[in-house]
Design a protein around this ligand. Structure first.
Ligand code: TPP
Ligand code: MG
Length: 759
């Protein structure tokens, strides 16, 4: 290709001191076009290559370039209007505008999870559907207006419901696992007969920066993608690494991205020059075509640069040399596009400058208009999409039974339906309830570590793999982040994922996939996207003869403060079944993310007071029974001398202690099993506390920030703080092995002793 003139570094350096980098980059463009002296070819036909021999046609180039200019002027506008408080976000896309190629060469139905610098991708994708306006939509998001179609004013995001761009917020790399999950879900849908909301040959697109590629969450997604492809399983995900060579102020070592990715097996590497539309087009096209055709994970290394610093607050001049900055600015891909536009004869200097100014004017006009649009001013509006709940619809869905014939087939005959069998313990009833959910929801999937043939380490999922086969019940690789990323992918594609986390302690290393991602999606997409799921987590202490901390973790705190999350914790089998039905219905009806916390020590518990009494076995609830969200279970509702609030292992402990307390003090004791730990039903707690003469809160979790603190706060805030009250709670420590565990966890005797102090 003919060499095109580029601006000379010393010439630019000489005349820009005192200006900010946005103004310089703006001026560079105008001067570059105004002063351009190259030779112009005859204007090409729309279908002809924009430059001889290239893959990018003139018609493609014209639109791509316009998308680049829209992205650039949105950045410039944001810098100007930020200081006037009309715009609230200045992390820009300048230097990355080559990513418009990725949008051009993919479809608007290819789900996309974008880097915050993918503004030109976004502008280009807007072309795929008529009647959409990239400038106004973006301006509304920049202005945090309630009318922002992406997030309703909750964040400046790249997002669009009609364009299949799921909003990403700020945590770098956290979107890679769900992009992989989406790709896998697209393929798995066929195997389970699920109808996808996108064409079956879609690919999932995921862009991110060069520094982000080093993040554990990114690396785990690359690994899981390769692990999948290695087994010849399809995973059509296009990872787009927008390599600008820097992350905030830390340079990526020269050549690191190619070095790290060019030769990874089962992650197919492609390179494209994102600084040059004509040059980069073919490389992007090859990568997209490869991903779509082979259904293999594909890594597109897209060369970019970063103009105008990390964000508006990053004054690069304070920490980089002027010469270096000028060098970077000379590599501005828009100068390259301008050179192509002029040399190809598509634009004259005048027509290009006119286009540039026209787009600038449109961006500013849109921003001014966006500034006049309503902001979020009411708390209720802010949180409306966080935790939608339609009680009647959820109750109806939860009580909808699966087809009787299907159930009979799965359970081995009409006389073997679990509700016709004798009372059983928790593990069995969870297992039966899962079988039931699988009958009811043909798109329910259960996956995690060891859940398939083995049926989980506690055999809770035994038989599901045999009954429903490997496309619906399967082992994942050993990585909780991937498990929860997969869940989001399946949910995005309309299925009902039931991921299992083997132990509560191992949730914590993947917590961000729920905290930052899954639970935040409805909020940041203004309820337009949802990823309904029920995460089963085995946990809590008291396992006899097995353990140490990591198999007996009793910290619920990490779950307690995740906005919008629902956490249920059954203490007995029948409650587990009805709770699971409600959680699945919450997912289905309201798109909610929930955790079903299974107390391991109660899995096999059959007796309550004495060995062999069978008092912790319960009949399986008929399939039209469900548990209302927030409703506890009360033992001895009329009793008022002492009310014990508890959950999980605390329930049988409290019931045993109640007997002893009655014997000692003659008190009638009520035990309230909260069952729902998040959100805590404070009104319900207050209602139960109101008639109490004394109160105990038995919390097997940790002393600090546990459920017990919430219960006591609810009681005090209801004006009942004068009732004599004690808390029996775990110690803020790790749980030791063997019998020493009982030193740090509350036991029956501690409950009795606490009651004594209330006497
Ligand atoms: C998990 C996480 N850690 C740190 C940050 C703060 N942070 C935001 S962007 C960034 C650098 C990212 O660099 P790169 O991935 O190269 O993207 P670029 O900004 O260069 O396009 C950092 C450290 C973050 N957002 N998320
Ligand atoms: Mg970077």
């Amino acid at each position: 290709m003919a060499a095109l003139p580029t601006p000379s570094v010393p010439a630019i350096a000489a005349r820009h001191r005192g200006l900010n980098r946005a103004e310089i980059c703006d001026q560079n463009f105008v001067e570059f076009v105004r002063d351009w002296q190259g030779e112009a070819a005859e204007r090409p036909q729309p279908q002809a290559p924009v430059l001889p021999g290239g893959a990018c046609r003139a018609a493609d180039f014209v639109e791509l370039f316009e998308s680049q200019l829209i992205s650039r002027h949105l950045d410039l506008m944001a810098r100007v209007l930020r200081v006037r408080n009309k715009v609230f976000y200045t992390i820009g896309s300048s230097g990355h505008e080559g990513n418009a190629l990725v949008a051009r060469l993919t479809r608007h139905t290819d789900p996309a999870f974008l880097h915050y610098r993918s503004g030109a991708f976004m502008a280009e994708r807007f072309r795929k559907l008529p009647g959409l306006d990239p400038i106004m939509d973006s301006a509304l998001s920049f202005a945090a207006s309630q009318d922002d179609p992406a997030s309703g004013g909750r964040h400046k995001v790249w997002g669009s419901k009609p364009l299949w761009v799921l909003p990403q917020t700020s945590t770098i790399a956290s979107h890679l696992p769900k992009a992989l999950g989406t790709a896998i879900a697209i393929e798995q849908a066929r195997r389970i007969g699920h109808t996808l909301p996108v064409p079956s040959d879609s690919i999932a697109i995921c862009s991110f920066g060069d520094a982000s590629s080093n993040h554990a969450t990114a690396q785990t997604a690359f690994n899981a993608a390769a692990w999948t492809a290695y087994q010849k399983l399809p995973a059509p995900v296009l990872f787009v690494c927008e390599d600008n060579g820097i992350g905030i102020s830390v340079k990526t070592p020269d050549g690191w991205i190619a070095r790290n990715f060019a030769e990874r097996r089962d992650l197919d590497y492609f390179y494209a020059d994102g600084l040059d539309l004509a040059e980069g087009y073919a490389g992007v096209e090859r990568a997209v075509e490869h991903c779509r055709r082979t259904r293999r994970p594909t890594f597109l290394h897209l060369r970019t640069t970063r103009i105008m610093g990390h964000a508006g607050t990053d004054f690069e001049i304070e920490w980089r040399s002027v010469e270096e900055l000028v060098q970077v600015e000379a590599g501005d891909p828009l100068l390259r596009s301008a050179a192509i536009a002029l040399a190809s004869g598509l634009y004259t200097r005048e027509s290009l400058l006119a286009l540039y100014e026209d787009i600038r004017a449109r961006c500013f006009a849109a921003a001014e208009e966006a500034d006049r649009r309503p902001k979020l001013t009411a708390l209720a509006d802010v949180i409306a999409p966080l935790a939608p709940y339609s009680p009647e619809a959820v109750a109806a869905e939860a009580a909808r039974s699966a087809d009787e014939a299907r159930r009979a087939a799965v359970f081995g005959g009409a006389d073997k339906l679990p509700e016709r069998l004798p009372p059983r313990h928790l593990a069995i009833q969870i297992n039966q309830a899962l079988h039931d959910l699988f009958c009811k929801y043909p798109d329910a999937l259960l996956f995690g570590e060891d859940v398939a043939q083995k049926g989980g380490v506690y055999t809770v999922t035994k038989g599901l793999h045999k009954a429903f086969k490997g496309a619906r019940v399967f082992n994942t690789l050993l990585d909780e982040t991937t498990i929860l990323g997969l869940a989001q992918g399946y949910a995005t594609m309309g299925m009902l994922p039931l991921p299992e986390i083997q132990y509560l302690a191992y949730f914590h290393n993947a917590c961000d996939q729920i905290r930052g991602e899954a639970a935040s999606l409805q909020f940041f997409s203004n309820g337009q996207y949802r990823n309904p799921m029920v995460v089963r987590i085995a946990g809590l202490g008291y396992q006899k003869g097995f353990g140490g901390h990591f198999h007996n973790d009793n910290s619920i705190t990490a779950l307690r403060d995740i906005p919008g999350l629902v956490v249920g914790c059954p203490s007995r089998g029948d409650d587990a079944a009805t709770m699971l039905r409600t959680l699945a219905a919450l997912a289905r009806v309201d798109g909610r993310v929930s955790v079903f916390l299974e107390p391991i020590a109660l899995y096999m518990t059959k007796d309550l007071h004495e060995a062999g009494d069978g008092q912790w076995l319960f009949p399986y609830p008929a399939p039209d029974q469900a548990m209302a969200l927030g409703e506890g279970r009360v033992y001895a509702p009329e009793a008022e001398d002492l009310v014990i609030f508890t959950y999980g292992n605390g329930v049988p402990m409290s019931l045993r202690a109640a007997r002893e307390i009655q014997a000692r003090h003659g008190w009638q004791v009520r035990v309230v099993d909260l069952r729902w730990l998040v959100p805590l039903n404070e009104a319900y707690v207050a209602e139960q506390a109101r008639s109490a003469r004394r109160i105990l809160v038995v919390d097997e979790g940790r002393h600090s920030a546990g459920v017990g603190e919430g219960v006591i706060t609810a009681i005090v805030e209801a004006g009942l703080g004068a009732v004599p009250l004690r808390r029996v709670v775990g110690v803020d420590t790790y749980t030791p092995l063997a019998g020493a565990a009982l030193l740090v966890l509350p036991g029956d005797a501690d409950i009795v002793a606490a009651a004594d102090t209330l006497a």
